[in-house]
Design a binder for this molecule. Structure first.
Ligand code: HEM
Length: 137
C-alpha cells in the first residue's frame, strides 16, 4: 500500500472510531439521559462518518488501486493536498458545528471539503482509463 493510502485509511479509521463513539453516546443519551449537551455531537457524528470515514476510505483505496503509468501514480501532489483539505474540512465543519463555532467556520470547512474533492479529481482524472487493447481484462 502506498504511504498516502495508509494515511488516508488510518485517518478514516480514526474518524470511524470517533463517529461511532459519538453515535453511541447520543444513542445512550436517548435511552438513559446523561447530559443534554451530548446532542451537540450530532453534526460531528454525521461529518465524521459520511466524509471522514466513507469518503476518505474511498479516496485512500482509489489512490492505491487506480491504473498506474507503469509504476508511477502520476502527479501525487494534488492527492496529498486532498488529504490535508479533507481532514481540515471535516474537523472545521464537524467539530465547529458541535462546539457552536460561527457559520463562516463551518462554511470554510465545507469549502475545504470541496477543495479536497477537486484536488483528488485533478490527481485521479488521468488515471481513469480503460486497459490498453493488448492487455486482456
Ligand atoms: C457509517 C455509519 C453511520 C452514518 C453514516 C450515520 C449517519 C447519521 C446521520 C446522517 C444522522 C442524522 C439523521 C437525521 O437527522 O435524520 C445520524 C443520527 C444518529 N446516529 Fe448515526 N450514522 C452512522 C452510524 C451510527 C452508529 C453506529 C450509531 C450508534 C452507535 C449511530 C447513532 C446515531 C444517533 C443516536 C443519531 C441521532 C438519531 C436521532 O435524531 O434521534 N449512528 N447518523
Amino acid at each position: 500500500m502506498p504511504r498516502l493510502s495508509a494515511w488516508f485509511v488510518r485517518s478514516a479509521l480514526i474518524h470511524l472510531t470517533l463517529g461511532f463513539t459519538f453515535g453511541g453516546l447520543m444513542l445512550w443519551n436517548k435511552g438513559l439521559p446523561l447530559h443534554p449537551a451530548l446532542w451537540r455531537l450530532l453534526p460531528a457524528h454525521i461529518e465524521f462518518l459520511l466524509v471522514g470515514w466513507t469518503v476518505q476510505l474511498a479516496l485512500g483505496v482509489a489512490f492505491w488501486i487506480l491504473p498506474r503509468f507503469y509504476s508511477s501514480r502520476g502527479n501525487t501532489k494534488p492527492a496529498w493536498l486532498a488529504f490535508f483539505l479533507i481532514n481540515g474540512g471535516v474537523w472545521l465543519a464537524g467539530m465547529g458545528a458541535a462546539l457552536g463555532a460561527p457559520a463562516p467556520v463551518i462554511l470554510l470547512g465545507r469549502v475545504l471539503e470541496a477543495g479536497a474533492a477537486l484536488a483528488f479529481a485533478i490527481h485521479a482524472w488521468p488515471r481513469v482509463k480503460p486497459l490498453s487493447p493488448e492487455v486482456k481484462p
